[in-house]
Write a protein that binds this ligand. Structure first.
Ligand code: MRU
Length: 371
């Protein structure tokens, strides 16, 4: 992702590993300041996932894998039995950070699998290499999603997106924003409607910032304005990301996605989900089995922003003591989706046989290895 820092354009990843240290863009500070945070051990990395220093299904998958690599390096001088116990405890700490995104759990499992045999040094090596591989594979998949999704975008399209499914959520082009970046690169005239995405405002704070950095035309809108523009014929398609997709195609994504999908169908607007194989959960048959994270009430009753003094400020919106519910995600039933944009190409309606069947096509088999 290109970022302008002090007038210079630099290429920055959402997160990376330097030996036993993990570095990540502090997404809580965007767009008002661009800061890189340093995490010294797996506990700090787990806390960074939980407190949303980094966020987005792909990025938290990478953070989880890096946390596992840190744990392996922290325990490299322990006897084998203590090493195994340390790694298992670390994996539990990381699993408990955020429940919804499939990528996080798959990344932990893949690291455990890679460190599941041999002496301590072989296991450390296996886990660290696997963590780095996941990042590399995600970067490749992100580009492939960009190319596959670009085929759906026509010159002059106005595209609505929800939350942030950009380079900060999935290295290095994003999921939902990847095809848009590719279309613009090809010279297509594309405009993006950015839902603000209450309560944490990932659209307002992160997607708008990413698009501004890349010079892609956009307008930020209140969540409630999306239906209005759809009804007026000012939205040609919707592309969102995903946190977990069930075998039948039911898709968990940021709270508010379901509403957008229903209104899109009412207005005959194509609704696409861009997501890599890592986000598909073949162990669950429908969205009813997806655990929806519930976050703290203050995200709804209060709001973060920049004060007039330029410092981060939190203001209260609802009266103190107001009762709040704050689900972070919702599930969009597959019937509202036109299809999925994946690194293996497009998966289009009808999904009668289930996603499992579609991924079972010969050309798509590598995904099974990737689970
Ligand atoms: O709570 P967040 O900010 O982690 O939620 C992020 C989203 O819902 C994204 O749309 C989703 O992770 C897809 S981006 C890879």
């Amino acid at each position: 992702m290109k970022v302008k820092i002090n007038g210079e354009t630099e290429n920055v990843l959402a997160l990376w590993r330097e030996g036993h240290i993990v570095k990540m863009v502090d997404q809580r500070k965007l767009p008002h300041s661009f800061e890189i945070i340093t995490l010294e051990n797996h506990r700090e990395t787990a806390k960074a996932i939980k407190t949303m220093v980094t966020r987005g299904a792909g990025a938290i998958g990478n953070a989880a894998a890096f946390g596992m690599a840190q744990a392996a390096l922290e325990a490299e001088n322990k006897p084998l039995d203590e090493f195994i116990e340390y790694i298992n405890n670390a994996s539990e700490t990381i699993r408990k950070t955020r429940p919804t995104a499939a990528n996080l759990f798959k990344a932990v499992d893949k690291c455990l699998e890679a460190g599941g045999w041999g002496n301590v040094s072989v296991r450390v090596d296996g886990i660290v290499k696997r963590a780095d591989e996941i990042l590399k594979q995600d970067m490749k998949a992100s580009k492939e999603i960009a190319i596959a999704g670009n085929k759906l975008i026509e010159d002059g399209f106005k595209i609505l997106t929800h939350c942030n499914a950009g380079a900060l959520a999935y290295v290095d082009h994003g999921t939902a924003l990847a095809p848009i970046r590719e279309a613009v690169k090809e010279g297509k005239d594309v405009f993006v409607w950015v839902d603000e995405t209450r309560p944490r405002c990932q659209g307002a704070r992160i997607t708008a910032w990413e698009l501004e950095q890349e010079g892609i035309p956009y307008a930020l809108i209140a969540d409630n304005a999306a239906g209005h523009y759809m009804q007026k014929g000012e939205v040609d398609m919707v592309i969102v990301g995903a946190d977990r997709i069930a075998v039948n195609g039911d898709t968990a994504n940021k709270i508010g996605t379901y509403e957008k999908a229903v209104v899109a169908m009412e207005n005959k607007i194509p609704f696409w989900v861009a997501a890599p194989g890592m986000t598909f959960d073949l162990d669950i048959t429908s969205g009813a089995e997806i655990e929806i994270e519930e976050r703290e009430p203050e995200e709804v009753s209060m709001m973060w922003g920049q004060g007039e003094d330029g410092k981060p400020t939190r203001i209260r919106i609802a009266a103190e003591g107001t009762k709040v519910r704050n689900p972070a995600f919702d599930v969009t039933p597959y019937k509202y989706l036109d299809g999925f944009i994946t690194e293996y190409g497009l998966i289009q309606r009808p999904f009668n046989e289930g996603i499992r069947w579609v991924f079972g096509q010969p050309g798509l088999l590598p995904w099974f290895k990737y689970r």
